[in-house]
Design a protein around this ligand. Structure first.
Ligand code: GDP
Length: 283
């Protein structure tokens, strides 16, 4: 990731999360819609059990609409509330708000039966680095919200953002580690640009991307780069280099340049709306 996780960090993050969980009713988990599995924390289901759960499929503007829909169904079938989102846009926030209210209706009903009135629902944003947590909090909470100060009984220093009369949000997101022991996960995180590029082999990364595109998005490589998609990935990379005039001194093809260019165009969405992971069909 953009920063390294060490066992000490993970222990601390986990402990912090366990403490924060005691304060909240609803876990708002952000995932990257392009890699909905690889961008999830391996322990969040355990940490957030017994809480209402909302998954925000963020950066949906960069993901395949069809696949986001499939993932959304997949998560809903497992009992999560799901909203697809571009956290930079205010437009999607109404849906989030509606779903938060729905997710919390049960809790408010329970409160009401116990005679507890008007206790706001408390929520917290969690996710691995770079999924858009800060962006979401800023857009969602916006300027209109007032920050509430420390409250009795609440850990010192905790700030709550009052979203409306019913909902309060912890103002700092919970940052959790990814499932990085799995190579495929590391690869997908690297493809979306959540790893430092200098520690990666760009050429190999681009070949993996080309392989995924060739297998799942027929026509894209041909249309954008004039590449023959029947060719093997290294051959396709060569065609991209030729097509985009990626040459070094002495007129030699510059594969690394072609590789960076392809990755850049994917990450920025110029290659199209592309999801890298697919939900398994129900058996
Ligand atoms: P955090 O580490 O989870 O807090 O992530 P940030 O909020 O810092 O966002 C990481 C990057 O993703 C920033 O460059 C954001 O502008 C960008 N970003 C966040 N949400 C979206 C989104 O929905 N769509 C796109 N395209 N970019 C986003």
């Amino acid at each position: 990731m953009n920063f390294q996780w060490y066992p000490g960090h993970m222990t601390k993050a986990r402990r912090q999360m366990q403490e924060d969980m005691k304060l909240i009713d609803l876990v708002i988990e952000l995932v990257d819609a392009r890699i909905p599995l690889s961008s999830r924390n391996p322990d969040i289901d355990e940490l957030g059990r017994q809480k209402a759960r909302l998954i925000l499929m963020n950066k949906a503007d960069l993901a395949s609409e069809k696949q986001t829909k499939r993932w959304s169904d997949f998560f809903q079938n497992k009992g999560y509330y799901v909203v697809r989102l571009d956290a930079r846009a205010r437009a999607g926030m109404k849906d989030v708000n509606d779903v938060i209210m729905e997710a919390c209706r049960e809790k408010m009903e329970r409160d009401r039966k116990r005679g507890i009135k008007n206790r706001p629902v408390r929520a917290m944003v969690v996710g691995i680095p770079n999924v858009g947590k800060s962006t979401f909090i800023n857009t969602f909470a916006g300027k209109a919200c007032t920050k509430t100060g420390n409250k009795p009984g609440v850990t010192k220093g905790k700030q709550w953002i009052r979203l409306n009369k019913n909902v309060e949000l912890l103002d700092t997101p919970g940052i959790l580690w990814p499932r990085f022991e799995d190579q495929r996960v590391g690869l997908h995180l690297a493809l979306i640009g959540s790893m430092k590029d200098e520690i990666l082999n760009i050429d190999e990364l681009s070949l993996e991307l080309i392989k995924i595109l060739k297998e799942n998005y027929p026509g894209i490589l041909e249309e954008r780069y004039g590449a023959a998609e029947t060719a093997e990935p290294p051959e396709i990379l060569m065609q991209i280099a030729e097509n985009r005039n990626c040459v070094k001194k002495g007129n030699e093809l510059d594969y690394s340049k072609a590789a960076s260019l392809t990755l850049d165009e994917f990450r920025s969405g110029r290659l199209g709306k592309i999801t890298l992971e697919f939900p398994k069909e129900p058996q």
